[in-house]
Design a protein around this ligand. Structure first.
Ligand code: C2O
Length: 534
C-alpha cells in the first residue's frame, strides 16, 4: 500500500466549544486528529513537525514497537520530547496485531487535544476479519474537553499538588453534542442504511474518565478490545477506560428514525465525598437515511455513574478469540510481582505554591515514579549513562512511611514471563480508592482473572489460561484487582502506568527494563534525528 500522507504537524487551531472560542493544539488542524489506517505487516512512517509552543512526543498506544522502542513516544521514557519547531520521524513495523488502536501526545496534558485513531486491518483487508464483513467502519473517539488551555490546567494542578480540575465536557469525535450549551457545534452524525451492520471502532481518548457508551434502540456485539479479537460478546452497553478500545458490530435494525449515542462517566470511588468529576453527557446522532435532521431523537438510558456491577459485567465477561497460531498463555512464570497502587497524601512541597494542607502523590508499591529530566531511560540504558534510574522496583510494598519518589525500574531478561497482580488500594483513608486503568507499553498481556476486594492467592485456581482477554490496558476498579501475564519478548524500556493522565505526574507508574536477547533480538541504535534533550 502507498505510504500514508505526511502530517502537516502539531499546531494551533481556533475552535468553538461550549459557547467559547479558544485555540487548541491538534494535529493537522483536526479534532480528533487524522485517522491512520494500515494493514498488518506494514511499516508506518510518520513525520511529525512540532508547531506548538510546547515540548511534544507522540505515542502509538498499543503498538508493540518490536525492536523499535525508540519510536514508542513516551516522554522521557523512550525519548526526550520534540522542542517547539523540531521534527522527528517515527518509523515502526506493525506485525502480529489487528484492530483499533490510537495515537496521542505523551507529554503533559496535551493528549487532551492531540489524539486520533490508528486502525490496523488484516493483511488481506476486511475479508480477514473473524466476523462478517461490516457494511462500514466508523471510528468513535471519546474525549474530554476543558474550556481553559490544558497546559494551564496542568500547571495549576502541579502548583496545588492535587489532580487537575474536572473537565467541562465529554466529547464524541471532538464535540460534546447538543445536550450541552452551544454543543450542537460540530456534533457527530452518522447516517445509516436500514438493515446494514456497522463496525464501531470505539476509543476512549478521554484524559481522566472511564466511560459508559450506549446507542438508543441498538445493541452491540463486541468482537475486539485493545486490538485483540474477542469471542462475540453481545451487550447493550459498552464500558471503556482511558487507553482501551472496543470494536463492536451494530446493526441498524430499529425503526427508521434518529437515535442518540451517548457517553457518560463511570466512577466508583470508595469515599463519601469523591473529588468532583465530569458528570456531563456527550452525544452524537445516528440517523437513518431519509429521516430528516429535525426528527426527534431518542436518548439511551445510561447506567448510574457508580454502577460497578454493569462495569464489572462488561469488563470481566469477555474472552479472547484464539485462532491457530495465536500466542498462548505461557505456563511458567519467571517474575511474579504484586503491585499495589493508589493515592496517598504528602506534605505540600515548596514549589507547590497553591497547595493547601496536603498534596496528593500516587505510587506503585509506595514508589512514586519520578521522570528523569536529562536523558530518556531508553537512551540511558543504551548508552550506559549512570545514575539515571534505579533497578530496585520492589515486588511488594516496602515498609516506607510514605511514598518514595524515585525513577524505579524492574529489570527482566529477554523472553522472561512476567506475572503481575495489580491491586488497587488507597494508602490514605481521606482519599479512598478510585478506578485506575493500568496500561503497559510494548506488550499485550493476558488478563487471567479480575475481582473486587483484595486478591487472594487461592484465586489462582480460577485463572483463565485457555482464552483470556488480551489487552494493553486493564481497568482495575476501586478496591479491586487484576492478574496479568506477558512475555517480555521486546528489548527496551517499557512504561507501565495509570492511563488517567492526572495520575502520571503524581507518580502512578513504573518501568520494565527488558534486556537484549541473543541476536537478532537486539535493540538497534537510535534512529536519525532522535530528539536531543535540553
Ligand atoms: Cu496511551 Cu503511556 O500511554
Amino acid at each position: 500500500p502507498p505510504p500514508p500522507a505526511d502530517w502537516v504537524g502539531v499546531g494551533g487551531m481556533g475552535i468553538s466549544r461550549l459557547c467559547m472560542n479558544s485555540v487548541i493544539y491538534t494535529v493537522n488542524q483536526q479534532l480528533p486528529g487524522p485517522t491512520i489506517e494500515v494493514n498488518e505487516g506494514d511499516t508506518l512512517v510518520v513525520h511529525v513537525v512540532n508547531g506548538s509552543p510546547y515540548p511534544v512526543s507522540v505515542h502509538w498506544h498499543g503498538i508493540f514497537q518490536l525492536k523499535s522502542g525508540w519510536a514508542d513516544g513516551a516522554n522521557m521514557i523512550t525519548q526526550c520530547p520534540m522542542q517547539p519547531s523540531a521534527k522527528f520521524t517515527y518509523v515502526f513495523n506493525i506485525t502480529g496485531q489487528e484492530g483499533t488502536l490510537w495515537w496521542h501526545a505523551h507529554s503533559s496534558m496535551l493528549r487532551a487535544t492531540i489524539y486520533g485513531a490508528l486502525i490496523i486491518k488484516p493483511r488481506a483487508g476486511p475479508s480477514g476479519y473473524p466476523f462478517p464483513k461490516p457494511y462500514a467502519e466508523i471510528p468513535i473517539v471519546l474525549g474530554e474537553w476543558w474550556n481553559r488551555n490544558v497546559d494551564d490546567v496542568e500547571n495549576d494542578a502541579l502548583l496545588t499538588g492535587r489532580g487537575p480540575v474536572k473537565s467541562d465536557a465529554l466529547t464524541i469525535n471532538g464535540s460534546p453534542g447538543d445536550q450541552t450549551p452551544c454543543g450542537g457545534a460540530g456534533m457527530f452524525q452518522l447516517e445509516v442504511e436500514p438493515g446494514k451492520t456497522y463496525l464501531l471502532r470505539i476509543i476512549n481518548a478521554a484524559v481522566n474518565a472511564e466511560l459508559f457508551f450506549r446507542v438508543a434502540g441498538h445493541a452491540f456485539t463486541v468482537v475486539a478490545a485493545d486490538a485483540s479479537y474477542t469471542n462475540p460478546h453481545p451487550t447493550d452497553v459498552i464500558v471503556v477506560a482511558p487507553g482501551q478500545t472496543v470494536d463492536a458490530l451494530m446493526t441498524a435494525s430499529a425503526a427508521p428514525g434518529r437515535y442518540y449515542m451517548a457517553a457518560r462517566a463511570f466512577e466508583s470511588k470508595t469515599v463519601a465525598n469523591p473529588p468532583p468529576f465530569d458528570t456531563t453527557t456527550a452525544t452524537a446522532v445516528l440517523r437513518y437515511r431519509g429521516v430528516p435532521d429535525y426528527a426527534p431523537a431518542a436518548m439511551p438510558a445510561l447506567p448510574p455513574y457508580t454502577d460497578v456491577v454493569t462495569a464489572g459485567r462488561f469488563y470481566w465477561s469477555m474472552t479472547g478469540l484464539v485462532r491457530p497460531g495465536d500466542p498462548v498463555v505461557p505456563k511458567t512464570v519467571d517474575h511474579s510481582l504484586t503491585v499495589t497502587f493508589g493515592l496517598d497524601t504528602a506534605p505540600c512541597a515548596p514549589d507547590q505554591t497553591k497547595c493547601q494542607g496536603f498534596s496528593v502523590v500516587a505510587s506503585m508499591n509506595r514508589y512514586s515514579f519520578l521522570f528523569p529530566d536529562k536523558v530518556s531511560l531508553l537512551e540511558a540504558l543504551f548508552r550506559g549513562v549512570p545514575n539515571v534510574y534505579s533497578v530496585d522496583f520492589p515486588g511488594s510494598p516496602p515498609p516506607l512511611p510514605a511514598a518514595r519518589k524515585v525513577t524505579s525500574v524492574r529489570k527482566v531478561n529477554f523472553n522472561d514471563v512476567v506475572e503481575v497482580v495489580l491491586q488497587n488500594e488507597g494508602y490514605s483513608r481521606a482519599l479512598g480508592t478510585e478506578n485506575h486503568p493500568i496500561h503497559l507499553h510494548g506488550f499485550n498481556f493476558f488478563v487471567l482473572a479480575q475481582g473486587l476486594g483484595r486478591f487472594d492467592p487461592r484465586m489462582k485456581s480460577t485463572y483463565n489460561l485457555v482464552n483470556p482477554q488480551v489487552r494493553n490496558t486493564v481497568a482495575v476498579p476501586a478496591s479491586g484487582w487484576a492478574v496479568i501475564r506477558f512475555t517480555a519478548n521486546n528489548p527496551g524500556m517499557w512504561f507501565m502506568h495509570c492511563h488517567l493522565d492526572a495520575h502520571l505526574p503524581l507518580g502512578l507508574a513504573m518501568v520494565f527494563e527488558v534486556l537484549n536477547g541473543p541476536a537478532p533480538n537486539l535493540l538497534p541504535p537510535p534512529p536519525a534525528g532522535y530528539p536531543k534533550c535540553h
